[in-house]
Design a protein around this ligand. Structure first.
Ligand code: HEM
Ligand code: NAG
Length: 316
């Protein structure tokens, strides 16, 4: 009797989990107890070798979540059935970190075969990258499954371009149920990583009235008005490999690298949040981590939907 009751209770739990489809931090506690350790150690090695990797993986996660939800779709190569997201405007010649995700996945598969999704690996790796660069820690809800499909078109429509104005930025994030405040806090990610000349050229050459003169001169020296499209500049020139609130102080000093960055502090509705985050690392940590969890919750595949991909670049 007790045995049967126990079995049906377990079934109830399992079914409730599937129907409820909530992500939970201890999703792999039994099936892959070493998961967190494997992701963290692999990320630590990679970030020690090339600090920018922390930034690249964080961006990869953002670009995954904003296109059909956090489902690993960004990792897929083109197939005869669909054109993937890697060649979308915002991604081509720009997204990095795919090889590192492959390495983490390989290390995870070696200990826990066919168990952990690529989308969850990406979510954990993004958090670890931030922490490794000195940023705040948050607990990552898990249990996402991987998409069998990716969409070039959805990527072109859903990812914000650096030319976007504040209203457009707010509405793109609103379409993912993220508030303007979430958007501003999440933009704090631009305290790490690099951008290509082609992403910020028009900002430094055509908006001289809205940008610090010394900053413009420095940026023009490595970003000519013609050519040098792939020349890199740090999104935060003060501490490019440190996850801190310096990005927001830059905005207040009119040293935003992208047009979209400076839009957050240009006499509009987000000025007050920029001022707060520039002043308080604590407020930034609170809002950034809360918004990362919200972003990580965008339309995950759970239960019987999707699959646990064996290789992150290919559907099974
Ligand atoms: C608010 C709208 C956003 C726009 C318009 C935007 C745009 C961009 C652009 C144009 C670049 C440089 C790409 C290149 O030139 O190769 C970039 C880099 C980056 N973005 Fe954003 N971004 C936004 C929000 C976010 C969010 C929400 C995150 C993460 C939470 C994020 C994380 C990053 C990181 C870490 C990099 C540097 C990547 C690297 O060095 O590999 N961005 N972003
Ligand atoms: C946003 O919220 C609405 C209403 O709750 C929901 O129908 C929609 O699926 C959500 N969108 C995303 C991308 O989560």
């Amino acid at each position: 009797m007790y045995f049967i009751a126990r079995i049906s209770f377990l079934w109830l739990l399992i079914c409730a989990n599937i129907i409820n489809a909530q992500l939970t931090p201890n999703f792999y506690a039994r099936s892959c107890p070493k998961l967190h350790n494997i992701v963290r150690t692999t990320m630590a090695l990679a970030v020690a070798r090339e600090p920018r990797m922390g930034a690249s993986i964080l961006r990869l996660f953002f670009h995954d979540c904003f296109v059909n939800g956090c489902d690993g779709s960004v990792l897929l190569e083109d197939t005869p059935a669909f054109k993937g997201e890697k060649n979308a405007y915002a991604n081509q010649n720009s997204l990095k970190g795919f090889k590192l995700i492959d390495i983490i996945k390989k290390n995870v598969e070696a200990k826990c075969k066919n168990t952990v999704s690529c989308s969850d690996i990406l979510a954990l790796a993004a958090r670890d990258g931030v922490v490794l660069l000195g940023g705040p820690r948050w607990t990552v809800p898990l249990g996402r499954r991987d998409a069998r499909f990716a969409s070039l078109n959805a990527a072109n429509v859903n990812l914000p371009p650096p030319t976007a104005n504040l209203a457009t930025l707010i509405s793109i994030f609103a379409s993912k149920n993220l508030t303007a405040r979430d958007m501003t806090a999440l933009s704090g990610a631009h305290t790490i990583g690099m951008a290509r000349c082609s992403s910020y050229r028009s900002h430094i050459y055509n908006e001289a009235n809205n940008i610090n003169a010394g900053f413009v001169a420095a940026r023009m020296s490595t970003c000519p008005s013609v050519g040098g499209d792939d020349n890199l500049a740090p999104l935060d020139m003060n501490t490019p490999n440190q996850f801190d609130n310096s990005y927001f102080r830059n905005l207040m000093a009119r040293q935003g690298l992208l047009h979209s960055d400076q839009e957050l502090f240009n006499g509009g509705s987000q000025d007050a949040w920029v001022r707060l985050y520039a002043k308080s690392n604590y407020a930034l940590a609170q809002d950034f981590t809360a918004a990362m969890i919200k972003m990580g919750n965008i339309s995950p595949l759970t239960g019987f939907n999707g699959e646990i991909r064996r290789h992150c670049r290919f559907v099974n």
